[in-house]
Design a binder for this molecule. Sequence first.
Ligand SMILES: [Zn+2]
Length: 456
Amino acid sequence: MKVSEQHFVNARLPLSGSTGYYKVIVKNGVYDSIDLQSGKVESPAYRAIPRDAFLAESVIGEGTKIWDLNGRILLPGFIDAHMHLDKAFSLPRVPNQSGTLLEALRNFGVAYGEIGKEDIKMRMRKAALRALSYGTTSLRTHLDFNVRKDRDVCFRTIYAALEIKEELKDWIDIQLFPLTMHESLGPKELEMVEEALILGVTGIGAIPHLSLTPEQDVDRIFELAIKYDCPVDFHTDEDDDPSVQTVALIADKTEQYGYQGKVVVGHLCSLAGMDHDIAASMIAKMKNAGLKAVTLPAANMYLQGRGDRGIVRRGITRVREIQEAGVPLATASDNIHDPFHPFGRGDMIQIGLLTGYAAHLGSPADQLQILRMMTEIPASVIGLDRYGLSRGNQADFVVLDACSVEEIFTFLPENRATFKRGRLIHASRLDHTWGVPIGGGEDEVFRNPCCCRFTQ
Ligand SMILES: [Zn+2]
């Protein structure tokens, strides 16, 4: 029987601002209604969730399926606004003994030409599907595009990425940004970027603070972006040195070219080391230019601050100040198990937790803000339409085995279910086996309390 309508009852929607229970109806892959219930609904029509099950469904009537979430959280799908799928899981092959950004760049630059297309595809698929399994329904990945290497090497990654994007398109949306690695962009390099745009990549990525001619490069990138009406995403000031202030140049050029709202600046590490007045003026420039920002706490806590002795910088940007100025700031994964960052698994809850630690965000309001930095804010940063829990939007969402925001970041629930356009794509459930008798039983230890013990 074809299921065209699904009801998700007794769901908690923390981003709604209410702690009550909701009923969410999805029809043909989009939200049809989202309504606050008057309380928890129990019905013989709903199959009670068995003790050892995370999700239970009942089929009632013609083509209608009911999911009783029993007080669990439903969030719009996580959006990972800054990844490097093509590098993910390359660490066993491309090591980094010192752990520095410089050695990572050097070693990856050497290995880059020897990594075949199927190898790239396999690791991209693995990273994207893992992210999806943790609840990410859309992501943006940068792609190495080392225009100093030969053409075949550059386009090998582009073709691999285009094929993976197509292969996974019904399950996860992937945006592609060739990341021009260069000392300065000349006509040949720009021609190659243009060719990648014609092939179908989403936008242009660059690292102007590593360029010998940043202003000229940024000009050329804006000219090309305008020609193809595509967004731009800069790795910006990923450096401890507070005199590195490329963000000011990017803000000025964004205004000059009238490109407000289409420019993303990621990292912004040097901002953390600047004098407060200078940092405030940089943030004001970002706001005036309509820049959108991404912080990458995992990779930057690992890579930055290595020259510091005594008080060691945390590596991430000024999260609170940027947000207080009204600049949208997402949090994202960056690298996964590669020479730039040996850890990570593409799990936005892990990244959210690291954001909380690194930026001192822990109050209930702060934790809610972290959730926004994993969902609504990155959706706006990467320009998604029809995202979020509103009627008519695409039903991309994740169900978590947690009943409050605090439980998400305390228990880091392994039990999750990811839905794309209303279709269950992946569900996971953690099993426990005790070899000894435990007092109180399994529920007392592992079941989060408010589901079972408290009523609304
Ligand atoms: Zn990056």
